[in-house]
Ligand binder design. Sequence first.
Ligand code: AHM
Ligand code: MG
Length: 337
Amino acid sequence: MSEQPPSTDLITLTRHVLMEQFRLGSAATGDLTLLLTAIQLTSKFIATNVRKARLINLVGLAGDTNVQGEEQKKLDVLSNDIMVNALRASGKTAVLVSEELEDAVIIEDTHKGKYCVVFDPLDGSSNIDAGVNIGTIFGIYEIAKGSKGTIADVLRPGHTMVAAGYTMYGSSANLVLSTGNGVNGYTLDASLGEFILTHPDIKIPSRGKIYSFNEGNSMYFDTPTVNYLNSIKYPPAGKSPYSARYIGSMVADVHRTLLYGGIFGYPTDKKSKKGKLRLLYEAFPMAFLTEQAGGLATTGTKRVLDIEPTSIHERTGIYLGSKDDVADVIKFYEAES
Ligand code: AHM
Ligand code: MG
């Protein structure tokens, strides 16, 4: 078998976003490209720290001390600092909302731009110390006309986001992004320090064979969730039951769902009446990507992207994935109402 020569015409993330800008012609200012460059840098920086965490004293809880009695830094606190610093320095942001910070950061006038970034710097915290996949999730809004950038600019439904994405830190670092014109995936080539287009135009299969729920919560699940899960685990004769896959890192579970199809769910239940996952920087970006890839995202009774947030850290229940699978869940909710 003859070996293919290496490509001399790589499509990097920046080149790809610029191509989109050329397509938009004079309507594009280049500001979003620069903001995405800053976000790429944060992902590379976080990826490096995730890889070295065990070696450079980053594993453990903030406030813990290691065996040498030195204070340990927590990886998610460090990731938050990396993001806040880079996003402020980009000069393209006005408001930042992070899972790690109680209050929104309003950027001072000297550095102010027109975008708001909502993010979870390092999601999947329970997996950090075991070296299992974790990730960064982000969503981008443009401030309203005439606004100087306030909380009101991010308390808007997810369908008004201009871009959303995540970076998964796994066997490689994968950045998956949508600027509202489909979904593309890029893999970090660590030797070049660039994200290279490896998954162009991701389309989620219309039906999958995998379900991804924390079934340890079964005793709290509501009736539509229980009935739906039973329907895929005990299908009619002649059909195969679905396979279970649950990592417990939303980024990894959603990444697999986008590529292989199926359904991911973290619904509201009797214990978590408002759900567990955060609306602004977990549910909205993932729902945005899922819809852009041709799938659906619902609370069971409402399209996730239509929810009007009332506070920056609010939670929601969510099912997302292949459109036929999510449509089945919705039917179970309709049957219950
Ligand atoms: P975190 O922001 O504290 O890391 O929590 C979010 C994570 C998601 O990545 C994941 O989907 C979910 O929580 C897992 O929760 P559970 O451990 O209850 O199954
Ligand atoms: Mg989180």
